[in-house]
Design a protein around this ligand. Structure first.
Ligand SMILES: Cc1cc2nc3c(=O)[nH]c(=O)nc-3n(C[C@H](O)[C@H](O)[C@H](O)COP(=O)(O)OP(=O)(O)OC[C@H]3O[C@@H](n4cnc5c(N)ncnc54)[C@H](O)[C@@H]3O)c2cc1C
Length: 614
């Protein structure tokens, strides 16, 4: 002992006065624990090995095997036994007449030990300690002297004494559980001088040290012994809020994304290319109009649709935009406001990805305020004549059918324009710095003659296009979570491999603050999305609730994308990594389907009853 400096340490305490009270108490506990061993050794030459033992009059009080190393459980009364059984998830055991009282347990110790062993063997000693100790069960993983000195778990769980300096420094557990009198039990001859020196010296070798400079803290213990997280980004286990079928849908779409989109998306973005061949694949996948019933649509619930959007946007907002516009704007407008003929003509093809749809509401001069739109349709006999233009229309240049909203003498009406209708032209918008893997176009209508059958018969007034926007915004508030998740994953991966100043950048507190803040925001956004999904499924969604989701989730996702970019340093501006691409995309997402300012005003009106748009 003196070799490692317990005594010098206390001597030092004598002169400096530092920590002496505590240390002397701890040391005396340690030494008293060792007295038995010392007595056994000097009296009978027994070198203590496993120090836990069976107590003759208390049960259970003995050493048990666990998944890794022996562990002592020492139960002194019925309360502790009940706590032990609760911790081991054996709640029926205290009611078993064989184990009802201490006397019963002592009488049936072998049976009891057998039951307890069958549970204790399933986890490590440290894991059981973390479960049982807070319940008040005396227990611990330390069973031999060497273990007492080098078990990381022990050092974290027990009060410790730091002894010695430099290479010889050692942390001693002050009260290693299990140091009870095995030594004295076996009486044999006293040792000859020097007989066990080598063995004792082997014990007293400085123990194997963990490469980390400090013993693990209690928090670290909990983190390492808690049930491992399936997905560290799912900090709050939000996936447990999902039904198995919803998780399956998410997994299938996630796999599609991994196989078909993710490997190419950087190039598509760079080359401003939308891979049209993917439309049919998305149709086969079943995500086009997947939340609609009938007409070849999958008819899944709101959360499943949201999860599909999430996975698609984890690849790129362009693909989620395509699916949103196809399913929630084009298809929904037909499904909700169209005639039966219109539904039969378009919905099955749009669902299968055999046709592409677009939705024209925004105009060059009117975005946030579509009520002032200039696009106008006038009746000519039973026909309609359409003039004007639409701007910033997703899928416009590749659409087979456009849902176009125009002012009429009866207010806003919706029209279906097939591609090739005379007078209807499109012009793709170039030089975008955002949503580059998505087509955005201008639509122009020059005396376009439309038959009466082109009108969406049920759509009368601005409420009709706005209801379609609510549908699409719902997908967006999930999709934004996907983009944010992908950014955070990218930053976490990068920070785990990038080393600066001799350590992984993930190991710096400033990086961890960023990561932690982002994980909190990401998980909060996911909770909000799932909650809104459940409200939608229950028929209790309202426009201002969707505004809360779109406003929060998109702005949080954008902030996350930008922050992740900083973690990637210079590499963060490369298309090799996703965060800046996502950030650029999210600038569009922040603006379309209602800018953040407009959603703020929607919420403001809900709170005050006062519209503040004009
Ligand atoms: C990539 C992309 C794809 C798009 N796809 C489609 C599509 O498929 N179909 C479609 O119809 N549209 C689409 N849009 C258009 C989009 O919906 C509009 O851009 C959006 O509604 C904003 O309109 P705006 O650009 O005209 O901005 P403006 O309405 O001119 O607004 C400019 C700024 O003024 C603010 N502002 C406006 N009014 C107020 C107010 N009352 N109080 C405070 N601030 C205010 C806005 O918040 C914004 O910050 C798309 C846009 C983009 C970028």
């Amino acid at each position: 002992m003196p070799r490692w400096g317990c005594w010098p340490r206390c001597e030092g305490g004598n002169s400096t006065g530092e920590g002496q009270l505590v240390e002397v108490n701890l040391l005396s506990t340690l030494l008293s624990s060792l007295v038995n061993q010392g007595a056994g050794y000097t009296a009978a030459g027994v070198i203590p090995g496993i120090l836990g033992n069976r107590h003759p009059s208390i049960a259970p009080y003995e050493t048990f095997p666990t998944a890794d190393r022996p562990m002592v459980v020492a139960v002194g009364n019925d309360r502790q036994f009940t706590a032990l059984c609760a911790g081991l998830e054996l709640p029926e055991l205290p009611g078993d007449p064989r184990f009802a009282s201490n006397a019963d347990r002592v009488g049936h110790i072998d049976e009891l030990a057998s039951v307890l062993t069958s549970r204790l063997i399933t986890r490590s000693a440290a894991q059981w300690s973390a479960i049982l100790a807070p319940l008040g069960v005396p227990c611990g993983p330390v069973n031999d002297l060497a273990g007492a000195f080098d078990l990381a778990e022990t050092l974290g769980l027990e009060p410790t004494i730091q002894a010695g300096d430099g290479a010889d420094a050692i942390t001693l557990p002050a009260n290693p559980i299990g140091l009870s009198g095995t030594g004295i039990q076996s009486a044999s001859r006293p040792p000859r001088l020097g007989e066990h020196t080598a063995e004792l010296a082997a014990w007293l070798e400085p123990p194997h040290r963990d490469p980390s400079p400090h013993p693990p803290s209690v928090l670290e213990q909990i983190m390492t012994t808690a049930t491992p997280m399936r997905d560290p980004l799912d900090l709050l286990d939000t996936s447990s809020l999902l039904e198995p079928e919803e998780r399956d849908i998410q997994a299938v779409v996630g796999q599609f994304v991994a196989d078909n989109l993710r490997p190419h998306v950087g190039d598509w973005f760079e080359n401003a290319h939308f891979p049209r061949e993917m439309v049919a694949e998305l149709g086969k996948l079943g995500v086009l109009g997947m939340h609609l019933q009938g007409y070849g649509c999958a008819g899944v619930n709101a959360v499943s649709y949201g999860l599909a959007c999430l996975e698609l946007e984890a690849a790129d907002s362009g693909f989620r935009s395509f699916v949103s516009v196809q399913g929630s704007l084009s298809m929904y407008s037909i499904w909700r406001y169209g005639s039966e003929e219109q539904k039969l003509e378009w919905l099955p093809r749009l669902a299968a990805g055999e046709a592409i749809g677009c939705f024209g509401l925004t105009e060059p001069d009117f975005g946030s305020n579509p009520s002032d739109m200039r696009c106008r349709a006038v009746q000519d006999g039973s026909d309609w004549i359409l003039n004007g233009s639409k701007m910033w229309i997703t899928n416009g240049g590749i659409a087979d059918v456009a849902t176009v909203w125009a002012m009429t003498d009866d207010g806003v009406r919706g029209f279906l324009l097939p591609r090739g209708t005379p007078g209807f032209t499109t012009n793709d918008i170039k030089h975008k710095m955002s949503l580059r893997a998505s087509i955005t176009s201008e639509l122009a209508f020059d005396d376009v003659r439309l038959p009466a059958s082109a009108v969406l018969p049920e759509a009368k007034g601005l409420g009709a296009p706005l209801s379609c926007l609510s549908e699409a915004r719902f997908g967006i508030l999930f999709g934004a979570v996907g983009a944010a998740r992908d950014c955070l994953q990218s930053a976490l991966n990068y920070g785990d491999s990038r080393v600066q100043f001799g350590r992984k950048i993930n190991g710096f507190q400033l990086t961890q603050k960023k990561l932690a803040d982002m994980a909190v925001a990401l998980n909060s956004a996911m909770l909000l999305a799932i909650h809104l999904g459940r409200l939608k499924e229950a028929g209790r969604i309202r426009p201002e609730r969707i505004s809360v989701g779109k406003l929060n989730n998109v702005s949080q996702a954008l902030a996350i994308a930008r922050e992740c970019r900083t973690i990637l340093g210079a590499n963060g501006i490369s298309l090799e990594y996703s965060p800046l691409r996502h950030a650029n995309n999210l600038e569009s997402v922040l603006t379309y389907e209602g800018t953040s300012e407009i959603h703020t005003l929607v919420i403001g009106q809900a709170l005050t009853g006062l519209p503040a748009y004009r």
